[in-house]
Design a protein around this ligand. Sequence first.
Ligand code: CP3
Length: 355
Amino acid sequence: MTELKNDLFLRACLREDVERTPVWMMRQAGRYLPEYRATREKAGGFLNLCRSPELCSEVTLQPIDILDADAAILFSDILVVPEAMGMDLSFGAGEGPKFSDPVTCRADVEKIPVLDDPSRELGYVMDAVSTIRRDLNGRVPLIGFTGSPWTLATYMVEGGGSKNFSKVKAMAFNEPETMHMLLEKLADSVAAYLNGQIANGAQAVQIFDTWGGILSTSAYNEFSLQYMQRIIDQLTREHEGRKVPVILYSKGGMGWLETMADTGCDVLGLDWSIDIDVAKARVGDRVALQGNMDPTMLYANPKRIRAEVKDILARFGHGNGHVFNLGHGITPDVPKDHAIEFFRAVREESVQYHQ
Ligand code: CP3
């Protein structure tokens, strides 16, 4: 295995010493980059792009070249897992994801398979991971990912994005056994999927619980957190002689940081609704923190972006265990130059906190 030339991200995840704060950005390979749009065009659409390991690798490396990001993230989508379970996934131009055959009842859930061998239905993702590792050639670590069982279930039951999540919540509250059967199948599938990514070269993994925050505290514990715990309990935690950090990100879940840290994850992903100094005071040195600039700050001018970066760095202060990121993904209409300035500002302004 090639030695890593830049392992700042992995060291920060494990709260080890670093020379500056590492930075990457959720959705860093995406439509705000003309280079990404060109590759997607070449692939003939987003899902075709996800299915081509060579083109996945091309777009994964774009933000490493353009932004100088300290970590790469596998290019794929969380919804390829339900697709591999047999659901019909599409992305209309300018629309969100759609499943033409949503899960509506217990009989539908009973038919869903547990994917215990990711090299079968999800073999193309495994190939993407190993291709990206080959092409990165040790420049920066590669992050693998999955959606949380609850977040995947929202798309599977709603048939796409949703405003008030009426169908998935009705199922959870009226037929909890059906929902638990679905979440259990998803958790076990996704654990095998992440272990497959790790075996093929992912050096850290992130669980995206984008919709955990729409639940009450007790419903979050019952329908989301419990299943993320079930995943973490099954994960490979060491590979190629290094720890494989696990990042847990529940958007809207900043009220639950302590119980999230109890899962045994290494890093908590923060959205922008909490000040990072407050989060740090609450979890202490139990876990590292990732985040948490408001992604819409990237619409502001470069001077304002830099001021915001400085404020977040000052709030975190001296000490280890900070991975800089946005609080959610970058949006498609952000000027590329603003993203470049964001990365530059973190690199330059963070040195003083590590001396
Ligand atoms: O971060 C990265 O650069 C890695 C790639 C990545 C994508 N999706 C690519 C993508 C990751 C980590 C995801 C995760 C994902 N996908 C989540 C969880 C994270 C989050 O953002 O909350 C969710 C909920 C999805 C489902 C999904 N995929 C939605 C709702 C959409 C449409 C929204 C939109 O921005 O249009 C997608 C499409 C998608 N996934 C795109 C990309 C680059 C845009 C597709 C395109 O090129 O048109």
